[in-house]
Design a protein around this ligand. Sequence first.
Ligand code: 7TS
Length: 420
Amino acid sequence: MTAKMTTPIAPERAPDWRALRKDFPILSLQVRGRPLIYLDNAATTQKPRAVLDALRDFYEQRNANVHRGVHELSNRATAAYEGARETAARFVNARQTGEIVFTRGATESINLVANTWGARRLQAGDVILLTEMEHHSNIVPWQLLAARTGARLAFLPVTGPEGLLDLSRLDEWLTSEVKLLAFTHVSNTLGTVNPASQLCSMARRKGIVTLVDAAQSTGHRPLDVQEIGCDFLAASGHKMCGPTGIGFLYGRMERLAEMPPWHGGGDMIESVDYHTSTWKQPPHKFEAGTPNIAGAAALAAALEYLDRLGRPAIAAHDAALAAHALEKMSGLGGLRILGPASGRAGVVSFLMDGIHAHDVVTMADHAGVALRGGHHCNQPLMKKLGIESTARASFYFYNTFEEVDRLVEVLREIRRYFSR
Ligand code: 7TS
């Protein structure tokens, strides 16, 4: 598999998005007496029947613990779990299956790197370079690590109303003190898509280790860790049609091999005596205790589902919905949209003059439209932008242009209500 980050999708090859909505039982719900319009996909996505079936199938046909039984069910559970690892490795084009460590999600993946690679490699005077648009998950673990090691944090600036990273002086930011560059691939507030390959290749040339927070991108666009050239990549299953409580960390094998374990317990050891223990090789060294076996099996079903649709097609549909929303919403007036004017992901944060984001979201909910309001775990970015919160619509492939039109109609009604 090679990266096709900008491959245009021929319309005749795009899936029938409307038809596949029937794969998602929850999308036919009525909420507050209205058909549900679910536009909170950056928080979590809905699950197709293939994923729900995989969970049930696991518990009905394979449930046992992994890596320990010789009995048939344990073999089936191990095959499901390790098969899921192979699927995840293929999904991001890892060089080897062992470069995938199952975690609870992007947050745990980042904490794992901070507590293992970071704790071993960083010391006082070192710099952890982040960006001003990071989610709290890619800030707080580094603050905790900085407090332990004496390293300090620095932030690549976000510029202008477009909310893009200022890369004009990137070279100056990548000083010899910088040991790690950790950045989000797609901003969950701005919808900005950062140039991951460019950032990683510049960092790599200077011997700086890189971590990509791909929580908002993994299931939304083609993604190839070899093409990006990152050392680590963090992904959440629930943001790409998988269940909650399962995600993964991709780690370049040479990095994983130099990392000490984080959690200790069963399954991660080679041998234990009362005072010392030895560890398994990665990835098992980082997976102490009984893992989320059913979650991994269902995540694999989600990844296979997404690849049947095709990630270039998903990315094109996300982008088309966002462009449609931008166009229609800009006709409303008195509404400020954050982030880039074009080339953005399917995330649209906005402010309505004189109306609090929570009022927007509450009133939209009464019309059956699920938005999110708040700081979206981006408090430092909000402070920088001089705002407290935004309302946010975030799209996925099962959303339709009619749903976007309905959103805009609801926003118009909200405006009318508040101007009475
Ligand atoms: N990184 C980014 C960029 C995110 O958007 C999120 C979650 C995370 C990390 C954390 O992912 P988790 O699965 O480990 O929790 N973002 C959001 C959001 O925008 N609304 O709710 C959660």
